[in-house]
Design a protein around this ligand. Structure first.
Ligand SMILES: [Zn+2]
Length: 70
């Protein structure tokens, strides 16, 4: 059971549509609640902060490899 769940999670991992890189951070908008986990995620490159202004067509993902955002 656990092994299958892990495999599925890995399979659904995001890749960059531009360079195919799989080091993808989710862009966090608004005012996130800072916590140790969020801080760690930012340092790990899993999350980038997109600023406080939320617009309709904001990109949701950020590629750590080529800086592409979509
Ligand atoms: Zn990329």
């Amino acid at each position: 059971m656990d092994k299958n769940a892990k495999r599925n999670r890995r399979k659904s991992k995001k890749v960059c549509p531009k360079c195919g890189g799989n080091s993808i951070a989710s862009i966090l908008r608004g005012y996130p609640i800072f916590s140790e986990k969020l801080d760690q995620d930012i340092r790990d490159g899993k999350v980038v902060l997109g600023g406080c202004c939320v617009m309709d067509n904001d990109p949701k993902w950020h590629c750590n490899k080529c800086e592409n955002e979509w």
